[in-house]
Design a protein around this ligand. Sequence first.
Ligand SMILES: Cc1ncc(COP(=O)(O)O)c(C=O)c1O
Length: 327
Amino acid sequence: MDFDRIPLLGVERTPLLYLANLSKYLGGPEIYMKREDMNGCIGLAGNKLRKLEYLLADAVNKKCDVVVTTGGLQSNHCRATAAAARRVGLKPVLVLIGEPEEPLKGNLLLDNLMGAEFVFGNDYDLMDQLLEETVENLKKKGHSPYVIPLGASNGLGTIGFISAAKEMSVQLEENNVQPTWQVVTTGSAGTYTGVLLGSSIPDTLGISVVASTSEIKDRIKSLAVETCQLTGVELDISDFEKKIKVDDTYLGEGYGIATDEGVKAIKLLAEKEGILLDPTYTSKAMAGLIDYIKRGIINAGDKVVFWHTGGQIGLFTSSLPGQRLNT
Ligand SMILES: Cc1ncc(COP(=O)(O)O)c(C=O)c1O
């Protein structure tokens, strides 16, 4: 089944890079990187644009005039949604949890530049309620709001990452590379679910940066069911369940709190490859990959693709533990 899509990436395909220095340093497995952080035609990119291409096409088809979504104060998803909404001529309304401080920084600064309307709350448990109230208020004012769920992770959004996985399969074939593993960070789980549904790489490891392994696995299962119902693809759920590999070991103290191992991974990638990871998502996933290699679960004979999902704006808003000037 075909779904309408508004191209937002600004590139035909995101690059697939071989990380020669990192591979050598880590003792053997060939490591490749799919650069979803480089789809930066608008709003500084990242993984959310893949999902928003489908969701905003739906918003336009439904003749909505505002796009409402939610996240933390420094949400990459909200910033990408604000940019994408502006690009298609819609107004972004963001329900953000946290207390804003001036001067504005990072994603919140960018949201503000893009003229997003803000509704602030201070309790994650009341986020859905606040979102509903905001939608009702917009309707009362005569608007037709389109609601995008947390992380843009619903069935339609997940289709974006099925296409990204298929795009990568072609790149791998062109380069004659057959990976044995792929590693991706996971939060609201649409990225992982799409990547798993769309590719045939034997092992897909999701490093959770938000919740426990079992919670994330449940999200992935229900998203896969929703996505396959939407696309009309038959899903053997018990077979699919066996393929889900999620690890919450690298989460540390919690969502949005950088870990020492993650910061070491940021430094390693910057020094070996000149590539910047982010403190909340990709650094923890890279810390997981490095540890899997150290423990021999991924070994010298393997070929691994690491999905870089973006988020580097977080480098400028967090204080990273243990960092000193090089001397
Ligand atoms: C930079 C970055 N990487 C990864 C993710 C996680 O993707 P998903 O929510 O689809 O699991 C997010 C989600 O906000 C993100 O901002």
